[in-house]
Design a protein around this ligand. Structure first.
Ligand code: MLT
Length: 245
C-alpha cells in the first residue's frame, strides 16, 4: 500500500466528489475522502468556524487513524484548507496537491459576494445556488448527466453549512507569501476551462512554489477531478510516485 492520500472537497459539495479518485487511485494510495464540517456525513457543529478549524479536524482524523504523514489534496475550498493545514501542521505532509484553487485571499468584491450568498441562502434556501452553480463549476462541454449530478449534490447541502463555509472562506488569510517556504513536493492542477480559479492563477501559484509543478487538465472546468478523472488521476499517480517517503 502506498501513502495515505487525504482529499478535501470543493464548496458546497462533499466527499462524493472524489468517487473517481477513490476508485482510480486505490492501487497506489490509501485514499481518504473527507467530509468537511456540515457537508456529507460530518456534522456542522456550532458555527462560526474558520479554515484553520477544518485543518484541525483533519489533524484529529489523521491522529485517530494513526496516520503520521499524508499527501494532502484539496480542490478549491479544499485547497484553501490544505494550505491552512500546511501552515499549521506542515510536518504531517509528504506532499500537497492544490487543485483548481488559489493562494490569494478574496478581493473586497468577492468577499462581499460571499456575504450576499449567505443572505440568499438564509432567505431562499439552496435552490438558487443549485440552479446557477453547476454552470460555473463545469466546462461548457460537460455532459448533462454530470450537470444534474452536481445540481443534486448542491441541492442536498445544508444552508447553514453553506453560510458557515462562505463566512470561513471570506475571512481566510492570504497564503501567497508562504508558497515559497513550502518544503514538500506540491502539485498544482487546474482544469483548462476553470473559470473560477483560472489556469493563469494556477501558473502563478506554481511559479512561486519552491517544489511545485503544474498540470493542466484538458476538457475540464473547475471540478477537474470529476470532469476528466483519467487525466487528473494520471497526474496524481505520477506525483505520488515522486512525493517524499
Ligand atoms: C469551491 O469550488 O470550493 C469554491 O468555488 C471556492 C470559492 O468559492 O472560492
Amino acid at each position: 500500500m502506498g501513502p495515505t492520500l487525504a482529499l478535501l472537497h470543493a464548496f458546497p459539495l462533499s466527499s462524493e466528489l472524489w468517487e473517481p479518485q477513490l476508485e482510480g487511485l486505490k492501487d497506489v494510495a490509501r485514499v481518504l475522502a473527507v467530509d468537511m464540517r456540515g457537508f456529507g456525513e460530518t456534522p456542522l457543529g456550532e458555527p462560526p468556524y474558520d479554515l484553520e478549524d477544518l485543518a484541525r479536524d483533519l489533524r484529529d482524523l489523521l491522529d485517530a487513524l494513526g496516520v503520521d504523514r499524508c499527501v494532502l489534496g484539496g480542490l478549491s475550498m479544499g485547497g484553501y484548507v490544505a494550505l491552512a493545514f500546511q501552515r499549521l501542521f506542515g510536518d504531517r505532509l509528504r506532499g500537497l496537491v492544490l487543485a483548481d484553487t488559489r493562494a490569494a485571499a478574496d478581493a473586497p468584491a468577492a468577499r462581499e459576494r460571499r456575504y450576499q450568498t449567505i443572505r440568499q441562502v438564509e432567505t431562499h434556501g439552496v435552490e438558487p445556488l443549485a440552479s446557477t452553480m453547476p454552470g460555473t463549476l463545469l466546462s461548457a462541454g460537460a455532459p448533462e448527466a454530470m450537470r444534474e449530478q452536481v445540481k443534486a449534490w448542491i441541492a442536498s447541502a445544508d444552508p447553514r453549512a453553506i453560510a458557515a463555509a462562505q463566512r470561513a472562506m471570506a475571512e481566510r488569510p492570504d497564503s501567497t507569501d508562504r508558497l515559497a517556504s513550502i518544503q514538500v513536493p506540491t502539485l498544482v492542477v487546474v482544469g483548462d476551462e476553470d473559470a473560477l480559479s483560472p489556469p493563469d492563477e494556477a501558473a502563478r501559484m506554481a511559479s512561486m512554489l519552491s517544489h511545485g509543478r503544474l498540470v493542466r487538465i484538458p476538457h475540464a472546468g473547475h471540478l477537474s477531478s470529476l470532469e476528466n478523472p483519467a487525466a487528473f488521476n494520471h497526474a496524481l499517480r505520477d506525483f505520488l510516485g515522486a512525493s517524499a517517503p
